[in-house]
Design a protein around this ligand. Sequence first.
Ligand code: SAM
Length: 312
Amino acid sequence: MNVSCPFNYTGGKFKLLEQIQPLFSEGDVFLDLFSGGGNVGINSSSQTVYFNDINENLIYLIKYIRDTEKNILFEKIDDIIAKYDLSNASLNGYSFYNCDSSKGLGRYNKNKFLKLRKDFNSNILNGEIDYAQLYVLIVYSFNNQIRFNKKGEFNLPVGKRDFNSRMRKKLELFSEKIKNKDVHFLTKNFRNISLEKFPSKTFIYCDPPYLVTDATYNENGMWAESDEKDLLAFLDNASEQGFKFALSNVLESKNRRNHILDKWIETKGYNCHYLSKSYSNSNYHRKNKQSVSVEVLVTNYVTDRTDVNDKK
Ligand SMILES: C[S@@+](CC[C@H](N)C(=O)[O-])C[C@H]1O[C@@H](n2cnc3c(N)ncnc32)[C@H](O)[C@@H]1O
């Protein structure tokens, strides 16, 4: 059974797993080069998994969840919730906090959340990061996301929900699954990953920021054309060295086409699998072409699943 990241990560591939996993060609080692919330790597069939992401806070949070015994992890989280007097609606119900489920718990939690955020951010300034605090911040923040400003401070506002049974279950399943794998953590720019150190039966999965969409991890144009070209060259090189790879991407979004990717797929003869977008709110067949989003998985190997839409 696939498990999802225990918080909400923009661009997370959990809902796409059932479409992309059958197209993978996994070996002994799974290298999740842009691992984000870890949704893909954790569900790999390989026993050894490398999570790499340039976002250190994210990688160290996931490492903390792996390294902390499950009951201790929950105890720490519950202690922080109790210390800051944040809501626990699963236990006490919404009315206990003078809130209802549609408006959520934000009004009750706001000042308590801001106090926790202030304490967390002042610890960061002293060079200390409390990852249990970070997890609680994410859970009580707007849309359960992880986001830092340029100064490195957590900057999301309070959200509507709390550490409810659904979030508890997600954390429990993720914590159990990650402990049962041989997981390694890297915080490198993908350009600095030396493939020579990986066994030849390493499968490389890439889910980079997309050139033609905007996401929180791609604010301030963090992912530019030069990054795209360097990644494609990195994958060509990996392919020449005998590694198999799969690249997730968006060929077109809101009338913006990724011509660099188009040309690369065609000139190198890689396989482009078109994914169905029914999992999201945009639909390829919509009349309103503004909302068109063409999501693909590009592989350097032939899969035995050939859809009519696939371009070879
Ligand atoms: C689409 S998200 C990955 C989502 C992930 N597959 C999941 O399911 O949660 C892209 C990730 O690439 C990371 N990233 C951006 N530039 C990078 C770089 N140069 N090297 C490595 N990682 C990078 C971002 O921090 C972000 O987490």
